[in-house]
Design a protein around this ligand. Structure first.
Ligand SMILES: NC(=O)c1ccc[n+]([C@@H]2O[C@H](COP(=O)([O-])OP(=O)(O)OC[C@H]3O[C@@H](n4cnc5c(N)ncnc54)[C@H](O)[C@@H]3O)[C@@H](O)[C@H]2O)c1
Length: 374
């Protein structure tokens, strides 16, 4: 691929989020949608028709990529399909941009990080709410305020989704809170150390699992991050990003999630994301594929956000404070047990210190050379 050629991609999963990806890809002149894969053929066909172009459809993203000469896969399938679909794509020499969560479990996420290392391909996770200019502005303000003390997010809404979210265990923590946990890491520039969480389901809740939760995380450097929220909270709704407050050495900053943040100190020097939401993630992915730089959201960097979710859920179940290092170590042991690909297993076997491996990440220059299928 030359710098000027559009990146040819196949979209895997054409459901609610897949259709949003379809529109984002179609709107980006640097990306060309050449195939749409979905296990449900009418869903794939409907998404293809929405483009008004002749886009190939099928059930298997890797087969479709081979048939169309695609270089990358955008994985917007359901969470349980993230690991198999992304693994197959990486092993076929394709770069992958995947929807959050990186995988259903931290163990599967580690397997994917190891597969990215082994194949030398880029696997980036799109956490759409990170790609927000207001969040970038808040981060610049945070830098002006000195050492962080406490960061809080309040998230209170009452959506009626129907479908899987109303049936699953821990819908708020697993499906939604990961956005805020991920943004907290970004704002503080710190990784989680431990989690304590209480989750419950208010008597009027229309969810089967716990729709309300409060989690406290100790973060590297000593700050505390507190998330409190509910998905069955009537009245006084917060924004979808939640309401944020940072209390730091030289003052405080606040963000209502919809408007520009405000701070006791100056604005600092904010950088702007390359675009908002999934459009920003897509642009960052394309730039990284072309330049060999490591983008925000590269799988190694994203895993701690899922580890925060798993630690919070475990804490809510046991009533105990959970160490992130324990979550990572147990996930690695499980990943080793479950891994079926010999080279990926060998890579995981070397990961005696998971946190260090995640921090070390990958060498982006490796994905500049087109990979032969493995
Ligand atoms: N970033 C956000 O704000 C945001 C919002 C909603 C959903 N999501 C994420 O997007 C992903 C998809 O969610 P959704 O709401 O679109 O779900 P959905 O159920 O509407 O769509 C998923 C689609 O994937 C297809 N699929 C499943 N397994 C597949 C496979 N192996 N190969 C090809 N297609 C397969 C299904 O047939 C379905 O059409 C999830 O990971 C979800 O967490 C993110």
């Amino acid at each position: 691929m030359s710098g000027a050629d559009p990146l040819r991609v196949v979209l895997a999963g054409a459901g609610n989020m897949g259709r949003a990806w379809c529109a984002a890809i179609e709107a980006d002149p640097d990306v060309e949608l050449v195939g749409i894969a979905d296990l449900d053929p009418p869903t794939a066909r409907a998404a293809a028709e929405s483009t008004g172009r002749d886009v190939a459809v099928g059930a298997d993203a890797v087969e479709l990529a081979a048939a169309t000469g695609a270089r990358a896969v955008v994985n917007a399938t359901v969470p349980r399909a993230h690991h198999p679909v992304t693994t197959a794509a990486l092993l076929a020499g394709l770069d992958v941009l995947g929807e959050k969560p990186v995988a259903e479990t931290v163990a599967q996420a580690l397997s994917l990080a190891a597969a990215a290392r082994v194949t030398g391909r880029l696997f980036m996770v799109s956490q759409s709410r990170r790609w927000n200019p207001q969040l970038f502005a808040l981060r610049a303000m945070a830098a002006e305020l000195g050492a962080p003390g406490s960061l809080t997010t309040e998230f209170f809404r009452d959506p009626h989704f129907g479908g899987f979210r109303e049936e699953m265990a821990d819908p708020l923590l697993v499906d939604m809170a990961i956005h805020a946990f991920d943004a907290a890491r970004f704002l503080l520039g710190a990784e989680p150390v431990s989690a304590y969480c209480e989750a419950h389901n208010p008597p009027w809740s229309w969810y089967a699992g716990d729709a309300s939760a409060t989690a406290v995380f100790a973060m590297g450097g000593g700050a505390r991050y507190t998330y409190t929220g509910s998905w069955c909270s009537r009245g006084a709704q917060t924004s979808w990003n939640g309401e944020w407050r940072l209390s730091a050495e030289r003052g405080s900053a606040r963000w209502d999630g919809d408007h520009d943040p405000v701070s006791d100190a100056g604005p600092g020097t904010p950088s702007a994301p390359p675009g908002s939401g999934i459009a920003g993630a897509l642009r960052a992915f394309t730039d990284a594929v072309r330049s060999g730089t490591v983008p925000m959201g590269e799988v190694h960097e994203n895993v701690p956000s899922l580890a925060m979710v798993e630690a919070a859920v475990r804490s809510a179940r046991t009533g105990r404070r959970v160490l992130i290092d324990d979550v990572l170590a147990e996930a690695r042991a499980r990943a080793l047990d479950d891994e079926t690909h010999p080279a990926v297993r060998e890579e995981l076997a070397r990961w005696a210190d998971v946190r260090r491996e995640l921090a070390a990440g990958v060498d982006g220059s490796r994905w500049l050379s087109p990979a032969a299928p493995r």
